[in-house]
Design a protein around this ligand. Structure first.
Ligand code: AHG
Ligand code: MN
Ligand code: MN
Length: 338
């Protein structure tokens, strides 16, 4: 069988009459190239002196790991000069990153979580990169960009994806035409198409949540998990399995591959924050991928992709994955309100 590369896939998409612009193709290829570089750095680990933390904190008050900062720089440098972007935003930067004046500007906005699952870097467990692509609202190239232009609901994304740096390095992508997956061939350095028409089963027997937070959950979340734990003789009439990797990319990749439900819901540890995960560069891109694969994504009360953001780094409760399970959790939230 002839192997299809990411470039071939994107060129075919462009030719097949889809409205994908050449600059979007350039953008996706550039992000994929940056992910290749990050994958290489990640795999060096202690040999590259890349493990461990820095003394700095990011805007979220989290201690930055060396690889958080390196991955952020790799993505910035790769995307700065191509002329496809108006600006970038990242988990690791408080304010948006404008394209320097010496480079041409394009109409797209790129947001990313450069390294997701930072707590797993030093222990050699899967980590990844998540990205989201928006268009400048007025489509004007070279206009002055502010944070306001980024504050679009997730349904406006024109592309989204993630890379997982695990036993294999894999890139999952949507440009609004379903979800496809590529595996990095380390010998040739190419991304090879290895999964097409990805569909998440509507039902599942596997859930993913950090159980140590159980005592802080809202009643509807507790009810859902209690019923899963009750197993065959409980209200669900079946036994459930549990997995928690603590890298959203790896947990989402598992459920996109074989079904499941992933939750990082609001909890009462920090009652004023809507959740732990960030809307614009974690929840939104993952929700677009999940919906494009036939799944669902909600904060418990509302479709994530419909949330109107008010700040770049805002947080959100996340419940996503197999459609019927996500709908059940939503229903439990509705019932709790009446
Ligand atoms: P990041 O490393 O980008 O800050 O994200 C980590 C996130 C997410 O990937 C994961 O699902 C979650 O934090 C794990 O949180 P707990 O350690 O609270 O389980
Ligand atoms: Mn993250
Ligand atoms: Mn991160």
């Amino acid at each position: 069988m002839k192997r299809k590369t990411l470039t071939q896939y994107l060129v075919e998409q462009q030719r097949s009459g889809q409205s994908m612009k050449p600059e979007l193709r350039l953008l996706i290829e550039t992000v994929a190239r940056a992910c290749k570089t990050i994958s290489h750095a990640v795999s060096k680990g202690a040999l590259g002196g890349l493990l461990g933390a820095l003394e700095t904190e990011n805007v979220q008050g989290e201690v930055q790991k060396k690889l958080d900062v390196i991955s952020n720089e790799v993505l910035l440098e790769a995307n700065e000069w191509g002329g496809h972007l108006a600006a970038m935003a990242s988990e690791e930067m408080e304010t948006i990153h404008l394209i320097p004046n010496r480079y041409p500007k394009g109409e797209f906005l790129l947001l990313f979580d450069p390294l997701d699952g930072s707590s797993n870097i030093d222990v050699n467990v899967s980590i990844g990169t998540i990205f989201s692509v928006l268009q400048m609202p007025n489509g004007v190239e070279g206009a002055d960009v502010t944070e306001n232009e980024f504050l679009q609901p997730g349904r406006a994304q024109v592309a989204a994806g993630y890379a997982v740096y695990g036993p294999q390095t894999v890139l999952m992508l949507t440009i609004g035409q379903g979800v496809v997956g590529f595996t990095l061939d380390r010998e040739t350095g190419s991304w090879i198409l290895t999964a097409e028409d990805i569909t998440i089963p509507a039902d599942t027997k596997e859930f993913s949540i950090n159980m140590s937070n159980m005592r802080h959950w809202a009643p509807p979340v507790r009810r859902y998990i209690d019923e899963c734990l009750a197993g065959k003789t409980g209200p669900r009439g079946k036994d459930f399995n549990m997995r928690w990797i603590a890298s959203m990319v790896a947990d989402v990749h598992r459920l996109i591959t074989r079904g499941g439900i992933f939750m990082y819901p609001w909890d009462s540890r920090e009652p004023n924050k809507p959740g732990k995960l960030r809307l614009m560069y974690e929840a939104n891109p993952m929700s677009m991928l999940i919906e494009q694969a036939g799944g669902a994504a909600t904060d418990g009360n509302q479709r994530i992709l419909d949330i109107q953001p008010t700040t770049l780094h805002q947080r959100v409760g996340v419940v996503l994955g197999s459609k019927n399970e996500v709908e059940r959790v939503t229903q439990y939230h509705q019932e709790a309100q009446t």
